[in-house]
Design a protein around this ligand. Structure first.
Ligand code: SF4
Length: 376
Protein backbone atom coordinates (compact mmCIF):
# COMPACT_ATOMS: atom_id res chain seq x y z
CA UNK A 1 0.00 0.00 0.00
CA UNK A 2 1.27 3.53 -0.73
CA UNK A 3 2.50 5.72 2.11
CA UNK A 4 5.06 3.46 3.80
CA UNK A 5 7.92 5.48 5.28
CA UNK A 6 10.49 2.88 6.40
CA UNK A 7 14.01 3.49 5.03
CA UNK A 8 13.98 -0.02 3.62
CA UNK A 9 10.37 -0.19 2.54
CA UNK A 10 9.11 -3.34 0.84
CA UNK A 11 7.68 -1.33 -2.05
CA UNK A 12 11.13 0.05 -2.93
CA UNK A 13 12.98 -3.21 -2.21
CA UNK A 14 13.72 -4.06 -5.85
CA UNK A 15 15.65 -0.76 -5.92
CA UNK A 16 17.63 -0.98 -2.68
CA UNK A 17 18.37 -4.69 -3.11
CA UNK A 18 19.98 -3.90 -6.48
CA UNK A 19 21.50 -0.54 -5.47
CA UNK A 20 21.99 -0.50 -1.66
CA UNK A 21 23.24 3.12 -1.29
CA UNK A 22 20.02 4.39 -2.91
CA UNK A 23 18.09 3.64 0.33
CA UNK A 24 19.66 6.36 2.50
CA UNK A 25 19.84 8.83 -0.40
CA UNK A 26 16.10 8.46 -1.09
CA UNK A 27 15.26 8.71 2.61
CA UNK A 28 17.03 12.08 2.76
CA UNK A 29 15.36 13.55 -0.36
CA UNK A 30 11.97 15.29 0.07
CA UNK A 31 8.83 13.13 -0.11
CA UNK A 32 6.96 13.38 -3.40
CA UNK A 33 3.34 12.52 -4.01
CA UNK A 34 1.20 12.34 -7.12
CA UNK A 35 -2.46 12.16 -7.98
CA UNK A 36 -1.88 8.49 -8.78
CA UNK A 37 -0.54 7.81 -5.27
CA UNK A 38 -3.48 9.67 -3.74
CA UNK A 39 -5.94 7.69 -5.88
CA UNK A 40 -4.19 4.47 -4.79
CA UNK A 41 -4.58 5.42 -1.13
CA UNK A 42 -8.32 6.08 -1.63
CA UNK A 43 -8.80 2.78 -3.48
CA UNK A 44 -7.04 0.89 -0.67
CA UNK A 45 -9.21 2.55 1.98
CA UNK A 46 -12.33 1.61 0.01
CA UNK A 47 -11.19 -1.99 -0.42
CA UNK A 48 -10.30 -2.24 3.27
CA UNK A 49 -13.70 -0.93 4.39
CA UNK A 50 -15.64 -3.22 2.04
CA UNK A 51 -13.70 -6.35 2.97
CA UNK A 52 -13.90 -5.61 6.71
CA UNK A 53 -17.67 -4.98 6.44
CA UNK A 54 -18.06 -8.22 4.49
CA UNK A 55 -16.08 -10.22 7.05
CA UNK A 56 -18.28 -8.74 9.78
CA UNK A 57 -21.37 -10.11 7.99
CA UNK A 58 -22.17 -7.05 5.85
CA UNK A 59 -22.62 -6.77 2.07
CA UNK A 60 -19.71 -7.18 -0.34
CA UNK A 61 -20.72 -4.16 -2.44
CA UNK A 62 -18.26 -1.30 -2.79
CA UNK A 63 -19.90 2.09 -2.11
CA UNK A 64 -18.38 5.09 -3.89
CA UNK A 65 -19.41 8.07 -6.06
CA UNK A 66 -16.37 7.48 -8.22
CA UNK A 67 -17.71 4.90 -10.71
CA UNK A 68 -14.34 3.92 -12.13
CA UNK A 69 -12.85 3.33 -8.66
CA UNK A 70 -15.97 1.54 -7.48
CA UNK A 71 -15.83 -0.90 -10.41
CA UNK A 72 -12.10 -1.57 -10.05
CA UNK A 73 -12.20 -2.04 -6.28
CA UNK A 74 -15.26 -4.30 -6.68
CA UNK A 75 -13.24 -6.54 -9.02
CA UNK A 76 -10.47 -6.71 -6.39
CA UNK A 77 -12.95 -7.42 -3.57
CA UNK A 78 -14.66 -10.17 -5.64
CA UNK A 79 -11.30 -11.89 -6.25
CA UNK A 80 -10.46 -11.63 -2.52
CA UNK A 81 -13.82 -13.16 -1.59
CA UNK A 82 -13.27 -16.04 -4.03
CA UNK A 83 -9.91 -16.67 -2.35
CA UNK A 84 -11.44 -16.48 1.15
CA UNK A 85 -14.13 -19.01 0.18
CA UNK A 86 -11.59 -21.34 -1.46
CA UNK A 87 -9.32 -21.19 1.61
CA UNK A 88 -12.23 -21.87 3.98
CA UNK A 89 -13.42 -24.78 1.83
CA UNK A 90 -9.92 -26.31 1.91
CA UNK A 91 -9.39 -25.60 5.59
CA UNK A 92 -12.23 -24.41 7.86
CA UNK A 93 -9.70 -22.93 10.31
CA UNK A 94 -8.58 -20.34 7.70
CA UNK A 95 -8.34 -16.82 9.14
CA UNK A 96 -8.45 -13.58 7.12
CA UNK A 97 -6.66 -10.35 8.03
CA UNK A 98 -7.24 -7.11 6.14
CA UNK A 99 -4.65 -4.27 6.12
CA UNK A 100 -2.41 -6.26 8.41
CA UNK A 101 0.93 -4.88 9.64
CA UNK A 102 3.73 -7.24 8.66
CA UNK A 103 7.06 -7.01 10.44
CA UNK A 104 9.99 -8.43 8.49
CA UNK A 105 12.70 -6.77 10.61
CA UNK A 106 14.37 -10.15 11.28
CA UNK A 107 15.65 -9.87 7.71
CA UNK A 108 15.59 -6.13 6.98
CA UNK A 109 16.46 -3.50 9.64
CA UNK A 110 13.27 -1.70 10.77
CA UNK A 111 11.42 -3.51 7.96
CA UNK A 112 7.64 -3.47 8.10
CA UNK A 113 4.78 -3.08 5.67
CA UNK A 114 1.05 -3.65 5.31
CA UNK A 115 -0.50 -6.73 3.72
CA UNK A 116 -3.74 -5.72 1.97
CA UNK A 117 -5.17 -9.16 2.69
CA UNK A 118 -3.57 -12.15 4.42
CA UNK A 119 -5.29 -15.55 4.55
CA UNK A 120 -3.67 -18.08 6.83
CA UNK A 121 -4.52 -21.70 7.56
CA UNK A 122 -2.73 -24.95 8.32
CA UNK A 123 -2.64 -25.66 4.58
CA UNK A 124 -1.28 -22.40 3.17
CA UNK A 125 -0.53 -18.73 3.59
CA UNK A 126 -1.67 -16.23 0.97
CA UNK A 127 -0.87 -12.53 0.72
CA UNK A 128 -2.89 -10.40 -1.70
CA UNK A 129 -1.79 -6.97 -2.80
CA UNK A 130 -4.00 -4.44 -4.60
CA UNK A 131 -2.26 -2.31 -7.18
CA UNK A 132 -4.62 0.38 -8.36
CA UNK A 133 -2.28 1.78 -11.03
CA UNK A 134 -2.86 0.99 -14.69
CA UNK A 135 0.54 1.94 -16.08
CA UNK A 136 2.35 -1.37 -16.33
CA UNK A 137 1.28 -4.84 -15.15
CA UNK A 138 3.30 -5.90 -12.10
CA UNK A 139 4.19 -9.56 -11.90
CA UNK A 140 4.19 -11.43 -8.58
CA UNK A 141 6.89 -13.76 -9.97
CA UNK A 142 10.05 -13.16 -7.93
CA UNK A 143 8.53 -9.90 -6.64
CA UNK A 144 10.67 -8.75 -3.71
CA UNK A 145 7.93 -6.59 -2.14
CA UNK A 146 5.62 -9.60 -1.93
CA UNK A 147 8.39 -11.82 -0.61
CA UNK A 148 9.17 -9.36 2.20
CA UNK A 149 5.48 -9.19 3.13
CA UNK A 150 5.36 -12.99 3.06
CA UNK A 151 8.42 -13.17 5.35
CA UNK A 152 6.60 -10.87 7.79
CA UNK A 153 3.52 -13.11 7.64
CA UNK A 154 5.62 -16.26 8.22
CA UNK A 155 7.20 -14.54 11.25
CA UNK A 156 3.72 -13.73 12.60
CA UNK A 157 1.90 -16.97 11.88
CA UNK A 158 4.57 -19.63 11.24
CA UNK A 159 4.58 -20.85 14.85
CA UNK A 160 0.79 -21.14 15.09
CA UNK A 161 0.01 -22.74 11.74
CA UNK A 162 1.63 -25.66 9.96
CA UNK A 163 1.46 -24.33 6.38
CA UNK A 164 4.25 -25.02 3.93
CA UNK A 165 2.83 -23.30 0.83
CA UNK A 166 3.16 -19.53 0.54
CA UNK A 167 1.17 -17.82 -2.19
CA UNK A 168 1.77 -14.19 -3.17
CA UNK A 169 -0.82 -12.55 -5.41
CA UNK A 170 -0.87 -9.12 -7.04
CA UNK A 171 -4.26 -7.93 -8.27
CA UNK A 172 -4.37 -5.02 -10.72
CA UNK A 173 -8.08 -4.66 -11.44
CA UNK A 174 -7.75 -1.80 -13.93
CA UNK A 175 -5.50 -3.97 -16.11
CA UNK A 176 -7.52 -7.16 -15.51
CA UNK A 177 -4.29 -8.64 -14.24
CA UNK A 178 -3.94 -11.22 -11.47
CA UNK A 179 -0.49 -12.66 -10.96
CA UNK A 180 0.53 -15.27 -8.36
CA UNK A 181 3.88 -16.67 -7.27
CA UNK A 182 4.06 -19.74 -5.05
CA UNK A 183 7.01 -20.81 -2.90
CA UNK A 184 7.53 -23.33 -0.14
CA UNK A 185 8.01 -21.67 3.26
CA UNK A 186 11.53 -23.17 3.33
CA UNK A 187 12.52 -21.55 0.00
CA UNK A 188 11.07 -18.22 1.14
CA UNK A 189 13.11 -18.33 4.36
CA UNK A 190 16.26 -19.21 2.36
CA UNK A 191 15.66 -16.13 0.21
CA UNK A 192 15.08 -14.03 3.34
CA UNK A 193 18.41 -15.17 4.82
CA UNK A 194 20.19 -14.46 1.52
CA UNK A 195 19.21 -10.78 1.53
CA UNK A 196 20.23 -10.03 5.15
CA UNK A 197 23.76 -8.77 4.25
CA UNK A 198 22.50 -6.55 1.40
CA UNK A 199 19.73 -5.11 3.58
CA UNK A 200 22.29 -4.28 6.27
CA UNK A 201 24.52 -2.60 3.69
CA UNK A 202 21.55 -0.57 2.42
CA UNK A 203 20.54 0.43 5.94
CA UNK A 204 24.10 1.61 6.65
CA UNK A 205 24.20 3.62 3.39
CA UNK A 206 26.99 1.42 2.03
CA UNK A 207 27.47 -0.74 -1.08
CA UNK A 208 27.88 -0.14 -4.79
CA UNK A 209 25.68 2.09 -6.94
CA UNK A 210 24.10 -0.13 -9.56
CA UNK A 211 21.82 1.29 -12.25
CA UNK A 212 19.10 -0.64 -14.04
CA UNK A 213 15.33 -0.87 -14.46
CA UNK A 214 14.96 -0.43 -10.70
CA UNK A 215 16.07 3.24 -11.05
CA UNK A 216 12.62 4.11 -12.40
CA UNK A 217 11.20 5.38 -9.11
CA UNK A 218 14.47 6.56 -7.52
CA UNK A 219 14.31 10.22 -6.44
CA UNK A 220 18.05 10.57 -7.10
CA UNK A 221 17.64 9.82 -10.84
CA UNK A 222 18.38 13.30 -12.19
CA UNK A 223 21.61 13.63 -10.18
CA UNK A 224 22.91 10.07 -10.33
CA UNK A 225 26.20 9.50 -12.18
CA UNK A 226 25.78 5.72 -12.19
CA UNK A 227 22.48 6.15 -14.03
CA UNK A 228 23.99 8.67 -16.46
CA UNK A 229 26.77 6.18 -17.25
CA UNK A 230 24.19 3.40 -17.67
CA UNK A 231 22.10 5.52 -20.06
CA UNK A 232 25.06 6.52 -22.19
CA UNK A 233 26.33 2.92 -22.27
CA UNK A 234 22.99 1.86 -23.69
CA UNK A 235 23.86 3.67 -26.89
CA UNK A 236 27.62 3.03 -26.84
CA UNK A 237 28.43 2.50 -30.51
CA UNK A 238 31.30 0.88 -32.34
CA UNK A 239 33.47 3.17 -34.46
CA UNK A 240 31.92 2.49 -37.87
CA UNK A 241 30.22 4.71 -40.39
CA UNK A 242 26.83 2.99 -40.38
CA UNK A 243 24.79 1.68 -37.45
CA UNK A 244 24.45 -2.10 -37.44
CA UNK A 245 20.95 -3.58 -37.07
CA UNK A 246 21.78 -4.61 -33.51
CA UNK A 247 22.94 -1.08 -32.67
CA UNK A 248 19.74 0.41 -34.10
CA UNK A 249 17.66 -2.09 -32.11
CA UNK A 250 19.56 -1.35 -28.90
CA UNK A 251 18.87 2.39 -29.37
CA UNK A 252 15.17 1.70 -30.06
CA UNK A 253 14.91 -0.45 -26.95
CA UNK A 254 16.65 2.18 -24.81
CA UNK A 255 14.73 5.15 -26.26
CA UNK A 256 11.84 5.13 -23.76
CA UNK A 257 14.19 4.97 -20.75
CA UNK A 258 16.49 7.63 -22.13
CA UNK A 259 13.58 10.00 -22.94
CA UNK A 260 12.20 9.55 -19.42
CA UNK A 261 15.66 10.14 -17.91
CA UNK A 262 16.18 13.31 -19.98
CA UNK A 263 12.77 14.63 -18.88
CA UNK A 264 13.69 13.94 -15.23
CA UNK A 265 16.90 15.95 -15.64
CA UNK A 266 15.05 18.82 -17.38
CA UNK A 267 12.42 18.92 -14.62
CA UNK A 268 15.05 18.79 -11.90
CA UNK A 269 17.19 21.55 -13.47
CA UNK A 270 14.15 23.79 -14.09
CA UNK A 271 12.97 23.30 -10.50
CA UNK A 272 16.37 24.37 -9.15
CA UNK A 273 16.54 27.36 -11.54
CA UNK A 274 13.09 28.50 -10.36
CA UNK A 275 14.46 28.32 -6.81
CA UNK A 276 17.16 30.81 -7.86
CA UNK A 277 20.00 28.46 -8.83
CA UNK A 278 22.29 29.61 -11.67
CA UNK A 279 23.25 26.77 -14.01
CA UNK A 280 26.51 27.64 -15.81
CA UNK A 281 25.84 28.63 -19.44
CA UNK A 282 22.02 28.56 -18.98
CA UNK A 283 19.36 31.16 -18.16
CA UNK A 284 15.68 31.17 -17.28
CA UNK A 285 13.38 32.83 -19.85
CA UNK A 286 9.64 33.11 -20.36
CA UNK A 287 8.37 30.28 -22.58
CA UNK A 288 6.28 30.79 -25.70
CA UNK A 289 2.60 31.38 -25.04
CA UNK A 290 -0.61 31.64 -27.08
CA UNK A 291 -3.15 34.48 -27.05
CA UNK A 292 -6.29 33.63 -25.10
CA UNK A 293 -9.83 35.02 -25.04
CA UNK A 294 -10.49 36.06 -21.47
CA UNK A 295 -14.32 36.11 -21.68
CA UNK A 296 -15.60 33.61 -24.29
CA UNK A 297 -19.29 34.58 -23.79
CA UNK A 298 -18.63 38.30 -24.32
CA UNK A 299 -16.40 37.54 -27.34
CA UNK A 300 -19.09 35.32 -28.93
CA UNK A 301 -21.77 37.98 -28.32
CA UNK A 302 -19.57 40.64 -29.96
CA UNK A 303 -19.00 38.45 -33.06
CA UNK A 304 -22.71 37.50 -33.38
CA UNK A 305 -23.50 41.19 -33.06
CA UNK A 306 -21.29 41.79 -36.06
CA UNK A 307 -23.49 39.40 -38.07
CA UNK A 308 -21.58 36.08 -37.79
CA UNK A 309 -23.86 33.07 -37.27
CA UNK A 310 -23.49 31.19 -33.94
CA UNK A 311 -22.63 27.89 -35.74
CA UNK A 312 -19.57 29.62 -37.23
CA UNK A 313 -18.60 31.32 -33.98
CA UNK A 314 -18.87 28.26 -31.71
CA UNK A 315 -17.07 24.93 -32.07
CA UNK A 316 -19.39 21.95 -32.73
CA UNK A 317 -20.56 20.18 -29.56
CA UNK A 318 -18.08 17.45 -28.64
CA UNK A 319 -18.48 14.26 -26.64
CA UNK A 320 -16.22 13.73 -23.62
CA UNK A 321 -13.23 11.40 -24.07
CA UNK A 322 -13.63 7.65 -23.37
CA UNK A 323 -11.57 8.02 -20.18
CA UNK A 324 -13.79 10.85 -18.90
CA UNK A 325 -16.95 8.91 -19.79
CA UNK A 326 -15.62 5.78 -18.08
CA UNK A 327 -14.92 7.84 -14.98
CA UNK A 328 -18.49 9.18 -15.14
CA UNK A 329 -20.36 5.95 -15.90
CA UNK A 330 -17.94 3.13 -14.99
CA UNK A 331 -16.06 0.94 -17.50
CA UNK A 332 -18.49 -1.98 -17.55
CA UNK A 333 -21.64 0.15 -17.49
CA UNK A 334 -20.34 2.33 -20.33
CA UNK A 335 -19.62 -0.75 -22.47
CA UNK A 336 -23.15 -2.06 -21.74
CA UNK A 337 -24.83 1.29 -22.38
CA UNK A 338 -23.06 2.05 -25.65
CA UNK A 339 -22.60 -1.50 -27.05
CA UNK A 340 -21.76 -1.32 -30.80
CA UNK A 341 -21.32 2.43 -30.60
CA UNK A 342 -17.87 1.73 -29.24
CA UNK A 343 -15.36 0.67 -31.84
CA UNK A 344 -11.63 0.13 -31.54
CA UNK A 345 -9.92 1.20 -34.78
CA UNK A 346 -6.55 -0.33 -35.74
CA UNK A 347 -3.64 1.31 -34.00
CA UNK A 348 -0.68 2.96 -35.70
CA UNK A 349 2.07 0.39 -36.55
CA UNK A 350 4.59 0.37 -33.70
CA UNK A 351 7.91 -1.41 -33.26
CA UNK A 352 8.04 -3.27 -29.94
CA UNK A 353 10.18 -5.99 -28.39
CA UNK A 354 9.44 -9.66 -29.18
CA UNK A 355 8.31 -10.21 -25.56
CA UNK A 356 5.30 -7.86 -26.10
CA UNK A 357 1.97 -9.75 -25.76
CA UNK A 358 0.37 -8.31 -28.91
CA UNK A 359 0.40 -10.53 -32.03
CA UNK A 360 2.69 -9.43 -34.88
CA UNK A 361 1.09 -7.14 -37.49
CA UNK A 362 0.24 -8.89 -40.76
CA UNK A 363 1.80 -6.44 -43.19
CA UNK A 364 1.19 -8.67 -46.25
CA UNK A 365 -2.59 -8.53 -45.58
CA UNK A 366 -2.34 -4.76 -45.13
CA UNK A 367 -0.40 -4.39 -48.39
CA UNK A 368 -2.98 -6.60 -50.23
CA UNK A 369 -5.84 -4.42 -48.86
CA UNK A 370 -4.06 -1.29 -50.06
CA UNK A 371 -3.51 -2.91 -53.52
CA UNK A 372 -7.25 -3.87 -53.78
CA UNK A 373 -8.25 -0.34 -52.78
CA UNK A 374 -6.02 1.14 -55.47
CA UNK A 375 -7.90 -0.91 -58.11
CA UNK A 376 -11.25 0.52 -57.14
S1 SF4 B 1 19.32 6.23 -9.89
FE1 SF4 B 1 21.38 5.90 -9.02
S2 SF4 B 1 21.04 5.79 -6.81
FE2 SF4 B 1 19.05 5.55 -7.77
S3 SF4 B 1 18.79 3.31 -7.95
FE3 SF4 B 1 19.69 4.04 -9.85
S4 SF4 B 1 21.88 3.82 -9.63
FE4 SF4 B 1 20.99 3.69 -7.60
Amino acid sequence: MPGTHAILSASSSSRWLACPPSARINAELPETTSVYAEEGTKAHALAEKTLKDYLAGGPAEVQSDNEEMKEAVQRYVDICIEKINAAKAASPDAVVHVEFRLDFSTYVPDGFGTGDMVIVSDKSLEICDLKYGKGVPVSAEGNTQMRLYALGAVEEFGMLYGFDIVRMTIIQPRLDSVSTDTLSAGKLLDWGRSIIPVAKEAYDGKGEFQAGDHCRFCKFRPQCKALAAYMTEKTALRKKQELTDLETVSILQAAKDIKRWLTDIEDYALGKALDGYDWPGMKLVEGRSKRVITNPDAAAAALINLGFVPSAVYKPRELQTMTALEKLVGKKSLAEALGDLIEKPSGKPTLVELSDKRPPLDITAKAADAFDDSLL
